[in-house]
Design a protein around this ligand. Sequence first.
Ligand code: UD1
Length: 344
Amino acid sequence: MKQRILVTGGAGYIGSHTVVELQNAGYEVIVIDNLSNSRADVIDGIERITHIRPAFEILDCNDRNGLVRLFEKYPGIKGIIHFAASKAVGESVHQPLQYYKNNITSLINLLELMPEYQVQAIVFSSSCTVYGQPDLLPVDENAPIKPALSPYGNTKQINEEIIRDVIYSGVPYKSIILRYFNPIGAHPSVEIGELPQGTPQNLVPFLTQTAIGIRKELSVFGNDYNTPDGSCIRDYINVVDLAKAHVIAVDRLLGGKNLSNVEVFNLGTGQGVSVLELIETFERVTGVKVPYKIVARREGDIEKVWANPAYANRVLGWKAVESLDDTLLSSWKWQLKLRERAIM
Ligand code: UD1
């Protein structure tokens, strides 16, 4: 019988790609999402790719009674992948309580209910933001956690600590914490991708919206950093590669292959790419010019960070395989598809 997995935030960007990979791997998926930053028709896209429609409920993880009803309605959930969270760094600075309440209460609700419903495993979406500006690059999982630069970043750190404390207290479940670097790209079918609401804060959606003419020009935040071309460096990882790591994490926890009851993995490519290099690559692979200007540094930005993914490569047997060229091409095809569908 197929094992049931609950995916919170499963209509979101990384969540939806992960639902596809879970279904491809033979899991039965239940998606919950409050649709605060996503659209219900994402579920149609998932169905078009996999020919399976996941069960879908509009539900906020802060609604504890709603979660109880969900676990009653779908008995036998074996594992949870918890994506649902607010993730706008700037917004979190202005609305810290909303971020703490939303991102922390939702995790606590799930952790509290897991033993009652015999849920054995939880995979948590964390971020390389927990490393701040690392002293050593590439950064590995043993690097010290630096004070968070935003309430959003702090919620990731706090949630990691909550998971560790709860697991060490001896609860009957296990966890894998995945620290993502910068996820970009769209599913090769172009049925699902990133759907930013309002003005995109992240680089690639802003870039593709500029390339298609929705935005006049892209602002490059700073060219006076201590990097070869002066712009910031990140580790851009293909979203499908990233999604596949979640399936491996679930297999590992449910198969009892974990080495400890809480494990942490970096999910990145190991390659640092600057903002200017990324723009050049996009222009080369698509043949589309991106108007941009250099502006002041963005507050809170880290100069350079890229992953040492060796631990995930070795222990999970997972590796990012998609090239930056193909990934950026998929982002562009997705942007064109959004226009075709008159969504954006
Ligand atoms: C940020 C967060 C990260 C979070 C992620 C998802 C930090 C340090 N990082 O990643 O924790 O998980 O968002 O929301 O808070 N850039 C431009 N012009 C733009 C937009 C971005 O030049 O219009 C540059 C930025 O300065 C940065 C790079 O592009 O160097 C990537 O930015 P972005 O896509 O926003 O991701 P991060 O800031 O790395």
